[in-house]
Write a protein that binds this ligand. Structure first.
Ligand code: PLP
Ligand code: COI
Length: 355
């Protein structure tokens, strides 16, 4: 049955998988809700998005996604508060970043009304899937890829934009120990590091596997030039606390402009914490670890929220971080999640009410 809700066409699933899901034991991003949003870009414009039952896609083997990797995505979360209202966190920023990624990958821009209203309509339909268990939320994955065909190495003429939803628990299951990278690079000047392009993640898998084999959960990427400066991690920006100053690297064309990162910078300033956005030398962090001035390191991102780092490896030596009471990571995590789950006032205007 097709019903028209505003502009978005909704084709409802006749069945639901919701009763098969154990909401008390959710992993990250591995079960998907009953519906997804789909729009097609053809002849220079987008079709009106449709909400359809979640289902596999049929693609021509010559689709350019398979050959030349034109693929971008975003990551957001939907939260349900104690009164059953549904919230997003700064969704317009994700939309803006998706279009920055699209431009870099020579893909079409996505109109804001398709992104925001499409997502809103999908979330209204799927609101029963939003977990309320502590630390859980509905992960939102908007993505676009080249469905147009051809072996000519040039941009496709057709694209698909989709939004899929996954009720999710924590991204990391335990402590996060990281390896500071000395050989491989995630991104280079003039490259696509600032875009959320699928290939950026594929390129990380091999060095991350090598690090995992040595017992590290994440690689901390350093500059591609001579691995002298800390940049970011696989799925998060990195913060370092030396004494009472909170440091993070400036964004650049190599680093993703994280929405959590910029929110934390504002929150920390609001808490009266001294922040510095500047290049961070690996040698400075190692030195601070040796002389006891390195108090904390943590990752920040939508999926990872605020993830304290328990220690890091560098040049064959492991450095442990102290376990602090009243850590910046814990205080900031509480503040940001209180805003996200509507447990507190939001003086920054970051929360976005869906329904
Ligand atoms: N850096 C990378 C490479 C990421 O994939 C992410 C996740 O989205 C982030 C940083 C954090 O960005 P955000 O806070 O917008 O989720
Ligand atoms: C996110 O935090 O939303 C991301 O996109 C990270 C992803 C690679 C899991």
């Amino acid at each position: 049955m097709e019903v028209q809700s505003n502009q978005i066409v909704v084709e409802k699933s006749s069945t639901t998988k919701i009763n098969e899901v154990d909401f008390n034991n959710l992993s990250f991003g591995s079960v998907y809700t009953d519906h997804m949003l789909v729009a097609d870009y053809r002849n220079g414009s987008w079709t009106i998005p449709k909400i359809v039952p979640y289902q596999p896609l049929t693609l021509d083997p010559a689709s350019k996604i398979f050959h030349y990797g034109q693929s971008i995505f975003e990551g957001m979360k939907a939260y349900k508060d104690a009164n059953g209202h549904v919230w997003l966190f700064r969704p317009r920023d994700n939309h803006a970043r998706m279009n920055i990624s699209a431009q870099r990958m020579t893909m079409p821009q996505i109109p804001q009304e398709y992104f925001i209203e499409g997502l809103t309509a999908l979330l209204e339909l799927e609101k029963d899937w939003i977990p309320t268990q502590l630390g859980s939320s509905l992960y939102v994955r908007p993505f676009m890829f080249a469905s147009g065909t051809g072996f000519h190495a040039s941009p496709a003429d057709e694209y698909k934009f989709l939004i899929a939803l996954a009720p999710s628990g924590a991204y990391f299951s335990g402590k996060v120990k990281v390896l500071i990278e000395e050989t491989y690079a995630r991104a280079a000047n003039g490259g696509v590091g600032y875009a959320k392009a699928g290939g950026n993640y594929a390129a990380q898998f091999y060095p991350t596997k090598l690090a995992a084999d040595k017992g590290y959960q994440q690689v901390v990427w350093t500059d591609d030039h001579n691995h002298e400066y800390i940049e970011e991690a696989g799925a998060m920006n990195i913060f370092v606390r030396i004494n009472d100053t909170l440091l993070t690297a400036p964004t650049s064309d190599r680093i993703l402009d994280g929405i959590t990162r910029k929110s934390i910078l504002e929150l920390a300033a609001d808490m009266g914490v001294k922040t510095e956005v500047r290049k961070i030398k690996v040698s400075e962090v190692v030195e601070a670890a040796k002389n006891g001035n390195l108090k904390e390191m943590f990752g920040a991102g939508t999926a990872a929220v605020v993830s304290p780092i328990s220690g890091f490896g560098y040049q064959g030596v492991d450095y442990d971080l102290p376990e602090l009471e009243n850590s910046y990571a814990q205080t900031i995590k509480t503040k940001i999640t209180d805003i996200q789950y509507n447990r507190t006032e939001d003086k920054f205007g970051w929360r976005y009410k869906v329904v």
